[in-house]
Design a protein. Structure first.
Lengths: 583, 324, 184
């Protein structure tokens, strides 16, 4: 039953307790930050492919201080790279992805009126909003935003004398991240408790859509791993602001010998990557969940191997806790430890492969409907295969020696996160837009957006593997200091070319998104012929989701093209026919 | 200028909006849903998917190997590096086989099973036998890969470096300094508090083993002779990256790390192979500040005689740092 | 009633999972402690007597809180026991600060010349515990005020249950930290 309380603009759009509105707040903030993060990458790509050349656009966006004469300052180059990584990993692919879809889908797909605590949910967004303000503010401080990489290894991130961004910019970064982690934890608590407690009658765990399984596991991952980032950041804050020596030892900077002894930057790396690695699975798993749903609905077939898919998610999540050392193979760690991490890292390939084969099996003998969402989902499979395979090289400690911190890594993680996970997010937006806004996004613009993005993304990131195998390190302001890299300028130009095109076409998506909110053709209740419960809610969306009773669930979510059924889909709340067995 | 750009953006948005409105009006007139996915759409998109995922993309990958593969580093110039190269080739082979099997299947299925109004999909929810197969097969492929990889790693990290020539690489913002351990093959103790004036490495000259240490700004190695590089840093984390030798190790302030290897080709040989401009070089490979991209030191691999001649012209710390 | 039970169950679960997160936070910090200690150059020193007083204070405060909850469950008022808990909580906070003073007097500093990671960790970790405890004091204060206003009945005293769970957790966490620092 929906509550009858007078809604003002503020209570409806700003301080909403409704999970659907909070989801959209996360989405729009995430999209906004995505545009900023993407713009940063275009700015520094211009510098990389045309070193020393003047670009008016650089001076336009960065001002005379950071791009004097249209040439990027090296310190700001590193700041852009740092903020690009921070914004995309945390703000877009974590909050923008999980924040949107967990909030939107969980109550709807499990059959609940709202989250367990609407208040905590609202707080989760406002902490995220506060984190965003702090981070954006750091872009404008005198000494520049944080510049020690999104991985902020000390001592570089601890000493303002080492790089200007490690002054106020880094303080603000740390504050923003703390607020961000609180936001994520508040959200995660809600997701877990809601899924465990508030499922409608008949919605057993084994009838949950895969999207919900993925979001549940992601929430658990977050609750266990994000706090360790806070531990890590706390000790860094102490080293920076109170002169302790957790991470610092034997340092002379700018001619001055510091008093710190006994600390170890490697300790930072262990604590950081203990979150850092699960973090990338926190990014990937929601995308896997969304893709499972989108592929199944648009193939008009059940997702192949539901149980195995759930199992694979659980195994991937578990393994993600014991592989973090593969980011540290060349730190001089005990070789035995290196062996252990190689072993566990390469093991992750197995459940990942199972998922890929299950996606292929779902497409086999399907009746594929190519919506823009489906194209992005199929694109996800392609890029997940590509990016996942190069992981086999990086996860192997002996091979990592020569590719660590080169463009090979940059290519790998962009293809799995910056492409695959983003494709999952875009698939989700296109697919659930009718339910979010009651209107359809424009199909033709969607097709154009997909194909230009798909071609550009591979055009940007595949060549990077060759740069890496040529020995080119990452986070280099320019390659022109080493003659051995002179031959690579062609590749860099191609990359920048596709980066600009790929970046620009996202504006088309944003246009389509906002245009469709106001002028899109009105949607029907279930435009995709989907089985999950969210498609039984009215198009106009109400508090409490269903006007009457919440539907009872009678079957799993994947009865598509089931023999003996009247249509090629049977929603979850349709009772079994006489003699019909549940899958 | 910005006003012009702003106007162009505004105009583009207006034009786009009008195009979409017209598009929808036309559909309304035709009594069609502008956003419905028709058989024609599925046909076009299915063919496009096959063409781009299956042909263009895979063709692009092959094209890159052909035209950009030349940039891949030449075969390793070190003993352990050769082992890494073999492992890499083996792994790449496995990866490329899997890649060129799975991607075409994805593209082919997208084409073959593109939707038609009268088609019905095949209700096939699971097959446990298949799940087992495609769990076991990847495991069978990965197992030798893992064992092979661990073997090479073990080889590299357990090489006996007892007789290796010890050379220190000292990293700081933004250059490298090398220190040879001299006749006694033992580096003199160092402490960051002793860095002053000419003593850029903070060597403790009271330590007798420091007397014969030699500080240089480029590194010469004898071909075939094993060296043990010991890394230190003065300020932030740097990383000693010698890509031609397949050597990489972080330089961490507060600790000493190390990596041992044996060069197998002289610079002269490499110049013949790769061109006159070739040099072995040390790069920094861990973000360390503004000039991270410009920390370099030359490495020269030569014969014993050439090395001895060069060494003879170097000064020990006894001579450069202590007052005689 | 049904809705209330569900809300109660959900609230407790939310709190428990939050506690798991806090455990991971302190787990990260104590792991860092262990790793750093193993590297050597570690200053050994005695725990200040005030930290023992802290331990006694927090254990007694939990006991009082337990009795308060039992009282309310039996239909009686728990207000005075809650006030007692609050008072001991404030005593705990006071003894923490005194403990830090003792450490300084002993020559164990957070930072600067003569400081050592072993000292830095103790300050940092106990400070974090205290900050979480202040949150607990806020919760307890609200609970005490509501109790005084008669808002709790024997069928609905969720606020007391939630404050209790969190407060007992803080006590157990302190015990763990105290024993960890003393014996590791």
């Amino acid at each position: 039953m929906s509550e009858h309380h007078k809604e003002t603009f503020l209570t409806k759009y700003v301080f909403s307790l409704d999970h659907k509105m909070i989801a959209k707040q996360f989405l729009i903030t995430g999209m906004f930050m995505g545009v900023i993060g993407m713009l940063m990458s275009i700015l520094f790509r211009l510098q990389l492919s045309n070193p020393g050349e003047s670009f008016a656009v650089l001076e336009f966006f960065l001002g005379e201080k950071w791009a004097p004469g249209g040439i990027l300052d090296p310190n700001i180059y590193l700041a852009l790279v740092t903020m690009h990584g921070t914004i995309l990993v945390f703000w877009v692919l974590t909050a923008g992805l999980t924040g949107t879809f967990a909030n939107f889908l969980i109550p709807l797909q499990i059959g609940a009126r709202d989250m367990a605590s609407g208040f905590m949910n609202m707080l989760s967004y406002w902490f995220f909003f506060a984190a965003t303000i702090v981070l954006l503010y750091s872009l404008f401080v005198e000494s520049g935003p944080a510049a020690a990489g999104w991985t902020i290894y000390p001592p570089l991130s601890a000493l303002p004398q080492a790089i200007p961004g490690s002054g106020l910019g880094q303080d603000l970064w740390l504050i923003a991240i703390t607020l961000f982690v609180v936001s994520s934890l508040l959200g995660g608590l809600n997701y877990i408790v809601t899924i465990l407690n508030m499922r409608t009658k008949g919605m057993t765990m084994s009838r949950l859509p895969l999207t919900i399984w993925a979001l549940l596991i992601v929430a658990i991952l977050g609750v266990l791993s994000f706090p360790v980032l806070l531990s890590c950041a706390l000790l860094l804050i102490f080293d920076r602001s109170f002169g302790t020596s957790f991470y610092l030892s034997d340092i002379i900077i700018n001619g001055e010998a510091l008093h710190n002894t006994g600390g170890s930057p490697i300790l930072f790396e262990h604590l950081f990557w203990f979150l850092g690695h699960p973090e990338v699975y926190i990014i990937l798993l929601p995308a896997l969940g969304i893709v499972s749903e989108v592929i199944s609905v648009n193939s008009r077939k059940p997702i192949f191997g539901y149980k195995a898919m759930v199992g694979a998610l659980i195994v991937i999540a578990f393994l993600s806790f014991i592989v973090w050392g593969h980011h540290m193979f060349i730190t001089g760690m005990d070789p035995f430890l290196g062996s252990v991490f190689t072993f566990t890292t390469l093991l992750i390939a197995i459940p990942s492969a199972v998922k890929v084969f299950n996606y292929l099996a779902t497409l086999w003998r399907a009746n594929i409907r190519f919506t823009p969402a489906m194209l992005f989902a199929i694109g996800f499979v392609s890029t997940f295969i590509t990016g996942g395979l190069t992981g086999l090289i990086l996860g192997d400690s002996a091979l990592d020696i020569n590719v660590h911190d080169t463009y090979f890594v940059v290519g790998h993680f962009h293809i799995v996160m910056g492409v695959s996970a983003i494709y999952g997010m875009l698939a989700g937006v296109y697919h659930w837009f009718p339910k979010m806004y009651g209107r359809m996004m424009n199909k033709k613009l969607g097709y154009l957006h997909f194909w230009v993005t798909f071609i550009s993304a591979y055009g940007v990131f595949f060549p990077m593997h060759f740069l890496g195998l040529a020995g080119l390190p990452r986070r280099y302001y320019t390659n022109s200091a080493f003659p051995m890299f002179d031959g690579l300028s062609d590749i860099n130009e191609v990359i920048t070319f596709f980066a600009i095109i790929g970046g620009l076409v996202q504006l088309l998506f944003i246009f389509n998104f906002f245009y469709s909110i106001f002028k899109g053709t009105k949607a029907t209740e279930n435009p995709w012929g989907s089985n999950t419960l969210e498609w039984t809610t009215p198009v106009e969306r109400i508090h409490g989701n269903w006007p009457g009773e919440i539907p009872t669930v009678e079957r799993w979510a994947y009865d598509y093209s089931k023999p003996g059924a009247d249509q090629d889909f049977v929603p979850q709340n349709v009772p079994l026919k006489e003699g019909e067995s549940e899958h | 200028m910005s006003i012009l750009v702003g106007l162009i953006i505004l105009l583009s948005v207006i034009v786009l909006v009008q195009i979409l409105r017209v598009n929808e009006l036309i559909s309304e007139v035709k009594d069609q849903d502008a956003n419905e996915i028709t058989d024609k759409d599925n046909n076009v998109q299915g063919i496009l998917t096959f063409a781009i995922f299956g042909v263009l993309f895979l063709g692009f990958v092959l094209w890159q190997f052909k035209y950009w593969g030349v940039h891949i580093l030449p075969p390793a110039s070190s003993l352990h590096g050769a082992k890494i190269d073999t492992l890499m080739n083996f792994t790449l082979g496995v990866i490329l086989i899997v890649f060129f099997l799975t991607q075409p299947i994805l593209a082919w299925f997208s084409l073959k099973y593109r939707g038609r109004k009268n088609s019905v999909a095949y209700f096939y929810p699971h097959n446990n036998k298949l799940e087992v197969i495609w769990t076991v097969v990847p495991t069978l492929i990965l197992t030798p890969l893992i064992i092979y990889g661990l073997n090479v790693w073990n080889d590299i990290t357990s090489t006996d470096t007892g007789n290796s020539k010890v050379i220190e690489l000292y990293a700081k913002q933004f250059n490298w300094t090398a220190r040879y351990a001299g006749e006694d093959n033992t580096l003199g103790k160092a402490n960051y508090k002793l860095v002053e004036g000419l003593n850029v490495l903070g060597v403790d000259m009271e330590d007798t083993t420091a007397q014969d240490d030699i500080v240089t700004r480029e590194v010469h190695l004898v071909v075939g002779e094993s060296v043990l590089l010991k890394m230190r840093s003065q300020d932030v984390i740097h990383s000693a990256f010698l890509p031609h030798f397949r050597v990489q190790m972080n330089c961490v302030p507060g600790m000493t790390t190390q990596f041992g290897f044996t060069p197998t080709q002289t610079t002269a040989e490499m110049k013949e192979q790769e061109g006159e401009d070739f040099e072995f070089v040390l790069l920094c490979n861990k973000i360390c500040g503004a000039a991270h991209y410009n920390m370099k030191m030359k490495f020269i691999v030569e014969t014993q005689e050439e090395y001895d001649a060069w060494m003879a012209s170097q000064e020990t710390l006894k001579n450069t740092l202590t007052l005689n | 009633m049904q809705l209330n039970l569900k809300k109660n169950k959900a609230s407790k679960q939310l709190l428990w999972i939050g506690i798991v997160s806090i455990v991971m936070f302190f787990g990260g910090l104590t792991s860092a402690y262990i790793v750093r200690k193993a590297e050597g150059g570690w200053l050994e020193f005695e725990m200040p007597i005030w930290f023992t007083i802290s331990t006694v204070a927090i254990v007694i405060s939990s006991t009082l809180l337990l009795f308060a909850a039992q009282n309310v469950k039996a239909g009686k008022s728990g207000t005075s026991l809650l006030i007692g808990t609050l008072f001991l909580g404030i005593l705990f906070s006071y003894s923490q600060i005194q403990g830090w003073g003792d450490l300084v007097a002993q020559g164990v500093y957070l930072t600067g010349v003569g400081s050592n990671a072993s000292g830095s960790f103790i300050y940092a970790i106990t400070l974090m515990h205290l900050l979480h405890l202040i949150g607990g004091l806020v919760a307890l204060t609200i609970t005490t005020i509501k109790s005084k206003q008669g808002k709790y009945t024997k069928d609905n005293y969720l606020g007391i249950q939630l404050s209790s769970i969190y407060w007992h957790f803080l006590g157990i966490l302190w015990l763990y930290l105290f024993l960890f620092f003393t014996y590791s």
